[in-house]
Design a protein around this ligand. Structure first.
Ligand code: ADP
Ligand code: MG
Length: 664
């Protein structure tokens, strides 16, 4: 009287199905020659004592396991010919599983557990939450949506798992001992629920060893030692339906399922977001362990970023020091070449050279130099001094800064002014402390000169020599009585390259002089070798740091492998509700990458903080962070995540669903 209208074609058909397991002791056959056809809308109980092969049969029915021989069709689809993906799809769309021990995922909330199968069916977030909420309401779980599942009673957990079985609109409900872990009253309620679903048109297959439970079914299949021994149909189910009718809980009208076609980028973003959230959930469920693993990555990233910044900082420091030594200056000397032992008599550099060079637009500054040693006297002090006749730009070119007074000016040069600039050593030698040297007149050789400035001592100046600078014009006309220079210091415009400038200078001056009675020197070769050395050093330091990142990566891989093993059952559940192997792979991979990215973020922040603190205490050189090095570190972290997550993820994706489900 309450029998549903049955289709002519059975929804499930098994012919001569057997299942063998290979054990160390040899092969055992657990199911023998099962022939079974179940029609759409039937409620079937599969009964048998413990160990009779009921669960094995259910795994085959639910496409979690393959028969060793024989054939199996679901809605006319031959399961044997299905790929792994297609079987996942069958599980997702055709079956809903209800297990004895509920098999909910503890890291997820109630509603997330219910909505999980819909996620694998690519529903939008909103659609699956809406349907999950409706199912929960109708199953009497309103208000429990955001609870942890472990906080629910057995009966409630089983209702959550029924909601999960229903969310994708599956027609066939497979329940393996659904009341096995429940007290008799709760068990009865669960059975009534299943019966209600059956009355709405679902095909319900219940596995049980309990005759009381089997009474709810209209058909009972008996299994003993892996063989079907009986298959009986009961038509009169009035007694039990009375219970159900008195408590009509379920009013579920079948909901249309959203399309399972993945939609465009919006949908992809959402699904990446979902995976990230669930990865975050899992990581935060094991805080201590995740933090320790994170620490490995953080240390790796901090060392990569910091050592890189230190290398770059060292390089810039060296370059700065070099440029204060006149690193970017080309010097033009009189004579045939370095080591010419008769330069004193060479008078090749003269004012005509200055005039010619000053007309070249690619030359930025130009300063002739004449050098001599003279005694300098002031009051009772008397000392030998290195006297440099220079141009107005010279002091600036070699980065000498005035601590008192001023530098030499162009008008000093023009006027052949008797003014001098001294260094701090000479200041101390000549003057007493507190005495203002500016404006004092000192004797340079026999020429009285006014002190106009004091230069700060730098590493560019030899410490054991006193230095003094005056206009080259003054030196030539009033001290030496000559019209030639020892050398000319030239700096170039920024965009001009030193080697090309050298060639131009060579050509110009040779043409002017008619012969080569000068030579050029610059430190560009030296600078580029320093650059190469410091680059090699930075790379070397970064490689060492990468090793520590690698160690961090091994830590991630280790913990992911543990996690895969630990969560085998969870993976089994996900596979059972229809996750594709690649969904599983993505999930574990995302966890590893997320872990490494968090590590990278913390590591970069930490390293930047360290750089900031360092610059508070050390002034002379600083850690220099480049955007590229930060990006590189992040890429390294992602790469480490992918590499270390790959193997565990691949292992998880390869798990056999039936076996994974039974693993404790
Ligand atoms: P039931 O669910 O009826 O209690 P099962 O289907 O779980 O029985 O198991 C039936 C028999 O098959 C048992 O003897 C069990 O030891 C054996 N069995 C089940 N799964 C495996 C397996 N993966 N490897 C070897 N033997 C198995
Ligand atoms: Mg069992």
């Amino acid at each position: 009287m309450m029998i549903n209208i049955k289709n002519a074609q059975p929804i499930i058909r098994l012919t001569a199905v057997s299942r063998r397991f290979s054990l160390e002791s040899g092969e055992v056959e657990v199911l023998h020659d099962i022939n079974l056809a179940i029609n759409s809308g039937e409620m079937v109980a599969i009964m048998g004592p413990s160990g009779s092969g009921k669960s094995t049969l259910m795994n085959i029915l639910g496409c979690l396991d393959n028969p060793s021989s024989g054939h199996y069709w679901v809605k006319g689809v031959a399961v044997k010919q299905c790929s792994v993906e297609e079987r996942a799809r069958l599980r997702r769309e055709k079956f809903g599983f209800v297990f004895q021990r509920y098999h909910l995922i503890p890291a997820l909330t109630v509603i997330e557990n219910v909505a999980m199968p819909a996620r694998y069916a690519h529903w939008t977030r909103a659609a699956r939450r809406e349907k999950a909420q409706r199912l929960l309401n109708e199953l009497g779980l309103r208000g429990f949506e955001n609870r942890e599942v472990s906080r629910l009673s057995g009966g409630q957990q089983q209702r959550v798992s029924i909601a999960r079985a229903l969310i994708n609109g599956a027609n066939i409900i497979l329940a393996d001992e659904p009341t096995g872990a429940l007290d008799s009253q709760t068990g009865k309620a669960v059975m009534q629920l299943l019966q209600k679903l059956h009355r709405q048109g679902h095909t319900v297959i219940v596995i049980t060893h309990d005759p009381e439970v089997a009474r709810y079914a209209e058909r009972v299949v008996q299994l003993v030692d892996g063989r079907m021994v009986s298959d009986s149909h009961f038509v009169d189910k009035e007694v039990i339906y009375r219970h159900v009718n008195s408590k009509a809980v379920l009013t579920l009208a079948p909901l249309p399922c959203p399309s399972t076609e993945p939609r465009r980028w919006h949908h992809r973003c959402e699904s990446i977001f979902d995976v990230l959230i669930s990865a975050w959930r899992t990581l935060s469920a094991h805080r201590l362990r995740s933090s320790l693993t994170l620490l490995g990555i953080v240390i790796g990233i901090v060392s990569v970023v910091t050592l890189n910044a230190a290398g770059e900082g060292a390089k810039q420091y060296v370059m700065k020091t070099l440029s204060s030594l006149g690193g970017n200056v080309i010097t033009l000397y009189a004579g045939k070449g370095l080591g010419d032992d008769d330069t004193a008599g060479v008078r090749s550099l003269r004012e005509r050279d200055l005039t010619l060079l000053a007309a070249q637009p690619w030359i930025r500054t130009l300063s002739p130099q004449v050098n001599l040693n003279l005694r300098v006297r002031w009051q009772r002090a008397d000392t030998a001094v290195n006297v440099n006749g220079v141009g107005a730009d010279y002091l600036d070119t070699v980065s000498l800064k005035a601590v008192q007074g001023r530098s030499l000016l162009a008008r000093d040069i023009e006027q052949h002014a008797a003014v001098v600039v001294i260094d701090e050593n000479l200041l101390k030698k000549l003057f007493r402390r507190q005495q203002n040297p500016i404006g004092q007149t000192i004797l340079v050789g026999n020429l009285p000169c006014r002190v106009v400035g004091v230069m700060r001592n730098t590493s560019a100046l030899p410490a054991n020599i006193f230095n003094l600078w005056l206009p080259w014009s003054t030196a030539n006309s009033r001290l030496l009585g000559q019209d030639w220079f020892n050398s000319i210091a030239i700096t170039l415009q920024d965009e001009v390259q030193t080697p090309r400038a050298r060639i131009a200078l060579q050509t110009l001056l040779t043409r002017l002089h008619g012969r080569q009675d000068f030579y050029l020197q610059d430190s560009s070769a030296f600078i580029s070798s320093i650059e190469k050395t410091s680059f090699a050093l930075t790379v070397f330091l970064s490689l060492i740091a990468l090793v520590s990142l690698l160690v961090g990566g091994i830590g991630v891989m280790n913990i992911m492998l543990v996690s895969v093993t630990e969560r085998t059952r969870e993976t089994g559940i996900r596979l059972a509700v229809g996750a594709r192997p690649r969904d599983i792979q993505w999930q574990f991979l995302t966890e590893a990458v997320l872990l490494c990215m968090i590590g990278a973020a913390i590591g970069v922040t930490l390293s930047l903080t360290m750089g900031g603190l360092f610059s508070l205490f050390v002034q002379s050189w600083q850690l220099v962070y480049s955007l590229e090095s930060l990006l590189m570190a992040t890429c390294c972290a992602v790469a480490v995540g992918i590499i270390s997550g790959w193997l565990p993820a691949w292992r998880a994706a390869r798990l056999d669903p039936a076996e994974a489900l039974t693993r404790e």
